[in-house]
Design a protein around this ligand. Structure first.
Ligand code: NZQ
Ligand code: ZN
Length: 389
């Protein structure tokens, strides 16, 4: 394995009733003013908003509301939140939602404590911290990104047409409250796209060197099997507590840095999806579902040993009678069949890309990462996009 340093500073409270049990005492570790940040209003329909505000009011907190964080949060929204936090001398930022809310809050936690150009100094290039970001706590309502346990924040700069992320350990939430019951109301399309995002995070790590005997790959296989099994169960019964619990913890495990230790990681599909998202504002997990099988057909022969292992260990495909190349292809076929089975889109067209969309411009704007088993070029990204169309 490669060398690594591991630290994760987020304290996780997991399970049914955890918000009722812990939020009051957790919020008392900070000052009096709490900024409540959330999305488009799902928390008002499912009762989470009521539960949280009652707890905070009883704890004597002053609540500053910051609603309306959109999917694919924008840099403008970050600046709006930072202005509000400064104006009200907020002591604790409390994000309630999925990845979009959590990411926006992390960026606000920087922007509310930094006087310079936040985009230029923290997103366009890696930032330098000579200050502590505003403390952040999160209450997760949708499983997927794993943002609750890392410092990653993916932000869209609409003006520059760039959607990009940075992972700053200083932005790890101070605490994360994970109640699987809170995810019961997530609509099916979001539940499957969030779950596919989990699978994608694991695959983008698994299909990268080093490949020799290492614990990360073994954990990754167990996690992938767990996501597949529990997503099938949650589709059958959205209120299956065991299934929802597993999916929620799978999401955290995929992105809390543990499986990345010692691995190079790929994240080529994420780079491509982020740029498609920057142009057409699509759902993140759905975009990944369209791209993954096509990208993997481009690279699976270059990494056929690992793709063959994926076929047998994750999908249970028997190796007998198949060459390694055939087995590798069978693994990608199984992934593509699963995407259809769970009802995710399989073409860019379904995401909103049209004949008028300038796919070349999007392909050229993608960041080329070190790559999995084959380094792709901007020309090959365009080919992938055309095949996905
Ligand atoms: O906005 P509301 O009304 O709350 O509705 C949301 C939103 O429409 C809804 N939702 C969430 N919890 C719900 C619920 N609806 C009913 N009941 C609930 N309990 O779900 C919709 C999608 O929410 P969103 O937060 O956008 O989804 P997700 O968690 O998939 O986050 C996606 C964002 O995270 C970024 C993505 O690029 C995208 O911008 N990512 C962040 C990462 C990180 N920080 O580590 C890594 C990822 O790879 C990803 O890039
Ligand atoms: Zn993702």
């Amino acid at each position: 394995m490669n060398n690594f340093i591991f630290e994760n500073t987020t304290k996780v409270y997991f399970g049914k009733g955890c918000v009722k049990e812990y939020l009051s005492s957790l919020s008392n570790e900070y000052g009096n003013t709490v900024m409540l940040a959330y999305g488009g209003g799902s928390i008002k329909k499912n009762g989470i908003y009521h539960e949280v505000t009652e707890i905070l009011k009883k704890a004597g907190k002053t609540i500053v509301e910051f609603p309306g964080i959109m999917i694919n949060p924008t840099y403008d929204k970050v600046l709006e939140g930072a202005k509000l936090a400064r104006k009200n001398h907020v002591d604790l930022l409390l994000g309630i939602g999925g990845g979009s809310v959590m990411d926006c809050c992390k960026a606000i936690s920087i922007a509310s404590r930094y006087d310079g150009d936040v985009w230029a100094d923290f997103w366009a290039r890696p930032g330098i911290f000579e200050f502590d970001p505003l403390p952040l706590g999160v209450i997760v309502t949708a499983a997927g990104t794993g943002s609750e346990c890392n410092g990653g924040a993916v932000i869209t700069n609409e003006e520059l047409k760039i959607k990009t992320g940075r992972d700053y350990p200083k932005c790890n939430p101070k605490f994360a409250l994970l109640d699987p019951v809170y995810t019961y109301s997530v609509p099916k399309n979001q539940m499957v796209s969030g779950s596919f995002d989990i699978l994608s995070h694991i695959m983008e790590t698994y299909f990268s060197e080093p490949d020799e005997n290492n614990v990360s790959d073994d954990i990754a296989e167990a996690l992938m099997r767990n996501v597949i099994r529990n997503l099938r169960a949650a589709i059958q019964n959205p209120e299956d507590y065991t299934a929802r619990s597993n999916l929620m913890w799978d999401a955290t495990m995929a992105e809390n840095r543990i499986i990345k230790l010692g691995k190079r990681t790929d994240f080529a599909c994420h780079q491509m999806e982020h740029q498609i998202g920057a142009y057409i504002d699509c759902n993140h997990g759905a975009g990944l579902a369209v791209l993954h099988p096509v990208y993997y057909r481009h690279i699976c022969q270059a990494g056929k040993t690992k793709f063959a292992r994926f076929a047998t260990e994750v999908w249970g495909i028997p190796a007998e009678g198949k060459s390694q190349s055939e087995l590798a292809e069978a693994g990608v076929d199984a992934l593509a069949a699963f995407i259809k089975e769970i009802g995710l889109p399989t073409t860019l067209r379904e995401l909103g890309v049209t004949e008028q969309t300038d796919l070349k411009k999007i392909a050229d704007s993608c960041i080329i990462v070190p790559g999995s088993y084959k380094k792709i070029t901007h020309e090959e990204i365009l080919e992938i996009f055309k095949e996905c169309f």
